[in-house]
Design a protein around this ligand. Structure first.
Ligand code: MN
Length: 196
């Protein structure tokens, strides 16, 4: 059984104002993530997935064409935990380790924005590290997650409408800009990279 208390927000609900409101943070974490967790618990009860950890559920259900709902809910839990961990205030300076790979800070932002603006419908934009240790910016659709392709998540932006609609309505580009300028906790990103 999974529980929302295993996935606490790593910041206070007020920390991201004015770029992400308390209402957005609360709805996104408590209601959306909470629902994915409740759904997953129901779906795996009494199945072979019941005793697996979250990563195992994701990797195993991805290969099982009858387990689409289990995959979607499990992957959304993983993606959201990673997304919330990437958010914060106070460590917003893009580290050289990332910007240098893309030719500079401005170039990194432009590349990220162009991939993000290309997402049609619900999805996620990621910086990932490939097995050869090279960084890449990719998008995934719906609940899809890079770990099924052996890619290590470095940074992620949630581009489902629920991530921004209360604050930005149709101005998704402004949300993407503010994410890049103000909402990323680059300290988490670097610490997470160095854990390998
Ligand atoms: Mn979301």
């Amino acid at each position: 059984m999974f529980s929302l208390t295993e996935y606490p927000l790593p910041f206070r609900e007020t920390d991201l104002v004015p770029y992400m409101s308390v209402e957005t943070v609360r709805t996104h974490h408590d209601k959306h993530l909470g629902t994915y967790i409740a759904n997953l618990n129901k779906l795996i009860a009494g199945t072979r997935y019941a005793d697996m950890d979250l990563r195992e559920i994701i990797l195993e259900s991805y290969k099982d064409k009858n387990a689409g709902k289990i995959f979607n809910n499990a992957a959304q839990i993983f993606n959201h935990e990673f997304f919330f961990n990437c958010l914060g205030r106070g460590n917003t300076l893009i580290p050289d380790l990332i910007s240098d790979v893309f030719g500079g800070t401005a170039e990194f932002k432009e590349k990220f924005k162009s991939i993000a603006n290309g997402v049609f419908g619900s999805g996620w934009v990621w910086v990932v590290m490939r097995p050869d240790k090279k960084f890449e910016i990719i998008a995934t659709k719906n609940a899809e997650t890079p770990i099924t392709d052996g890619l290590k998540p470095v940074l992620v932006l949630d581009l489902w409408e629920h991530a921004y609609y209360l604050d930005y309505q149709n101005r998704r580009g402004e949300f993407i800009d503010n994410f890049l300028e103000y909402l990323i906790d680059w300290k988490f990103v670097l610490d997470n990279l160095n854990m390998e």
